[in-house]
Design a protein around this ligand. Structure first.
Ligand code: ADP
Ligand code: MG
Length: 395
């Protein structure tokens, strides 16, 4: 998280705009971190990134800080596998915070302790159903609400409803994300490297980006939507016919750049025999599992000249080492270029960590879907709620 610019004319308030002394604070965080079978935290990046806000609020003399978060998709009922107990143990045992746990977010009284973590909000249907009583109950625990859960972009109760009842502020992580992903005065050439899967979110994103970016380099499963739209054979490559019409519309855009070659195989496994071929030469029984070497060269050239790059999504089936090579090649290249590089997305972060290039990129966003949504729409339900709150509580 190096270079960052302050968002001008921001109409939401941040933790810097409030006096925490003697106040009870409810903070929505996103500790939706991977857990192992025993419920212990496997990767604590998302926890580490909220520590600056936690430390700041405690340091500024808050009477109490209550953390709330979702985990997974338990659909409104208790599910041991989605419990936040492991996260609490992590706070206590690994990070040495004197943190207390409350095993249900609305059914217990809150202990008079400085730092408290409540159990998974989604164990109650009220969270996803925007139940106002649920939101009011949570709001009643505190004088002030803080949102530092950038990754939680859906407009659920703890995100958009609590701010109706308490003065609300963005945490540092939330604000850093908004600043880093603000491309209003972006330095050009501005290039997007977009791979991965999820055509339903990424094809509409390409549509939006084709107006902002100078070039969009396509990788991953997204490739096959375009090849199909052009009438080429894609064999058994991953593909969902539902979204091909979106790709068809995008074909007119001159700034969408497709691969020239691919790594093909009959099976998506490490032992499979592979061959490299042009994008028009996929056979019926083959699947495209990585971009090819000529594409890597072409993309590298474009990326080297860019002043700003946003990278999201692997170029191929990177979970299988044989098909990870060219994702790795481009990611390593991004770590060396002069332009500013911003990345985000669950799988992209896995690649970044695997290659040890986290510190070589200018900004790695914690949000997967949230990052893409914010880039596409320029706002998020959480941000709108904070802006609305600023208007209401400063009148
Ligand atoms: P991110 O989390 O970075 O936003 P996505 O979730 O959209 O990325 O997509 C990542 C997934 O896309 C990975 O599981 C990867 O294996 C898959 N993928 C990319 N290219 C291919 C391909 N050619 N064939 C099959 N799966 C692919
Ligand atoms: Mg993913």
């Amino acid at each position: 998280m190096k270079k960052r610019s302050r968002t001008k004319n921001k109409k939401y308030r941040t933790v810097k705009d409030v006096d925490f002394k003697g106040k009870r604070v409810l903070m929505r965080v996103d500790v939706n971190v991977p857990l192992d079978r025993k419920g212990n935290v496997r990767d604590h990046q998302r926890i580490v990134q909220i520590l600056p806000t936690i430390n700041y609020i405690l340091y500024k003399g808050a009477k109490q800080l209550i953390l709330v978060s979702h985990h997974g998709r338990p659909h409104g009922t208790y599910d041991r596998r989605q419990s936040l107990q492991g996260v609490w143990r992590h706070f206590r045992d690994e990070l040495a915070y004197d943190c207390h746990f409350v095993p249900d977010c609305i059914s217990y009284s809150i202990p008079k302790k400085k730092l408290v973590l409540l159990e998974n909000l989604r164990f109650h249907p009220g969270e996803e159903q925007n139940n106002q009583r649920f939101a009011k109950k949570l709001a009643s625990y505190a004088d002030i609400y803080v949102n530092d859960a950038f990754g939680s972009y859906q407009g659920h109760a703890s995100i958009v409803d609590i701010p109706k009842y308490r003065p609300s502020f963005a945490g540092f992580l939330f604000q850093n994300e908004l600043d880093a992903l603000n491309f209003k005065n972006v330095k050009k050439p501005f290039v997007f490297l977009l791979g991965g899967d999820k055509a339903s979110t990424k094809l509409p994103l390409i549509k939006k980006l084709s107006k902002k970016a100078d070039k969009i380099l396509v990788g991953g499963v997204l490739i096959f939507y375009f090849l199909k739209a052009m009438g080429y054979e894609i064999g058994r490559s991953k593909f969902n016919p539902e979204y091909v019409h979106l790709a068809k519309k995008l074909l007119k855009q001159k700034n969408i750049i497709l691969p020239v070659d691919l790594v093909l195989a009959k099976k998506p496994s490490q032992g499979a025999k592979t061959r490299v071929a042009g994008i028009k030469d996929i056979k019926l029984d083959e699947m495209g599992l990585d971009i090819g070497p000529k594409t890597v060269k072409k993309y590298k050239g474009i990326l080297s000249k860019a002043k700003t790059v946003v990278w999201n999504g692997p170029m191929g089936l990177y979970e299988v080492e044989k098909f990870a090579k060219n994702t790795d090649a481009l990611a390593n290249h991004l770590a060396t270029i002069k332009g500013k590089v911003i990345s985000g997305g669950g799988d992209s972060i896995t690649v970044i960590n695997k290659l040890g290039i986290y510190n070589d990129l200018d900004y790695v966003s914690t949000g997967g879907g949230a990052t893409l949504k914010y880039i596409e729409k320029g706002t998020l339900p959480a941000l709108e709620a904070l802006k609305e709150n600023a208007k209401r509580f400063t009148k």
